[in-house]
Write a protein that binds this ligand. Structure first.
Ligand code: 1BN
Ligand code: ZN
Length: 340
């Protein structure tokens, strides 16, 4: 009897070793469809339609403290509330070149009781540009589509997180931040830009929250066909390489639309210094993964950065890679394996 127990124990330990090896590698034992959603494998148009519906309500002018801003904010909040995320609206005032303005950051947390956080962020305000025909700038890639991608991430995480036994006992939660007031009202300066990010970084520093942010991922200027990413920070190279690995995996399985294009560039650029919402967090020592298209898309701050210029196939390729990346970072593969 003792011999049987010992063999069972050895077998169990061997199984665990094999499992943990495949976890660190690729989601070998869980089906890609578990994380990608089954529709995208069977029917790309349905997946495309679903993302289009998700992002459409954000594609309106949404300057801080305007009706458009409130409409978009209420939409983002309602989507995340429906998935049971905890919502905090961080309302504050700051001085702009045109006087004092009210700003509202949205902070959505899957499990507020968990101390460690994987922060996923994008700005939801749009730049105040009107052309001589009275058309107002939409900012599809800057940053309506990134906000839509974060909603998509929440939708796809929902089922995985709810099902997972192991996640329940982990200390880390995904947290989505939608920043207000990223764009300059007049000219980009330290005082006239990233109002929301500057405010939240200071608030989190005062609340001693910053050491709990294990990774801060900022999405920006995503949605056009000419998108590509570079590793900007040595400190988060491992996370960037994980994204590149997910891209290679999906290509190998022929699950991406553009299998011949590489979104995650092999060559790092640690000198870039792009000004963005991550800066106040970076200066306070938070590990940053800056997923901004570099070089900037050709539509940058032009009226053409609107719905008609969204390349849905490229964006869906990014979404698939990003879903796998987030699930892996939160160690949800292990959970799926355990459930088998
Ligand atoms: C990026 C997209 N930025 C604003 N919208 C920041 C920026 C402004 C970067 C000016 C370079 C120059
Ligand atoms: Zn911009």
């Amino acid at each position: 009897m003792k011999g049987v127990k010992a063999s069972a124990l050895i077998l169990y330990v061997l199984c665990c070793i094999v499992r943990s090896k495949s976890d660190g590698d690729q989601p070998a034992t869980c089906k890609a469809g578990e994380i990608l959603g089954t529709r995208d494998v069977d029917n790309a148009d349905a997946e495309l339609n679903a993302f289009n519906q998700l992002v459409k309500p954000i594609l309106i002018p949404r300057m801080p403290d305007t009706e458009g801003s409130a409409t978009v904010r209420n939409y983002l909040v309602s989507k995340l509330k429906a998935l049971n995320w905890h919502i905090e609206e961080d309302v504050f005032q700051d001085v702009t070149p045109y006087g004092t303005n009210t700003f509202t950051n949205v902070i959505a947390t899957r499990d507020p009781r968990k101390s460690k956080k994987m922060v996923l962020a994008a700005h939801y305000d749009s730049k105040n540009i009107t052309d001589r025909n009275g058309n107002v700038f939409i900012g599809a890639s800057d940053s309506a589509v990134p906000c839509g991608i974060l909603l998509d991430t929440a939708v796809h995480l929902h089922r995985l997180l709810t099902r997972s036994r192991k996640y329940k006992y982990q200390y880390i939660t995904p947290q989505i931040v939608f920043f207000d007031g990223k764009e300059a009202f007049k000219f980009w300066t330290d005082r006239d830009s990233i109002y929301g990010a500057r405010h939240l970084a200071k608030k989190w520093e005062e609340e001693n929250v910053l050491p709990n942010v294990k990774l801060f991922v900022l999405l920006h200027l995503i949605g056009t066909s000419d998108v590509q990413f570079v590793n900007f920070f040595k400190q988060t190279t491992k996370a960037f390489k994980l994204l590149a690995k997910k891209e290679r995996y999906l290509k190998k399985k022929r699950l991406l639309h553009y299998n011949e294009i590489t979104l995650f560039n092999k060559h790092p650029n640690f000198e870039s210094g792009i000004e963005d919402d991550h800066i106040p967090f970076l200066h306070k020592g938070v590990p940053i993964l800056h997923l901004v298209s570099a070089p900037f898309p050709s539509v940058w701050h032009k009226m053409t950065d609107a719905a008609a210029h969204i390349d849905y196939y490229t964006t869906l390729d990014f979404i698939k890679i990003f879903r796998l990346f987030v699930a892996d970072y939160l160690q949800l593969y292990t959970i799926l394996n355990y459930r088998r």
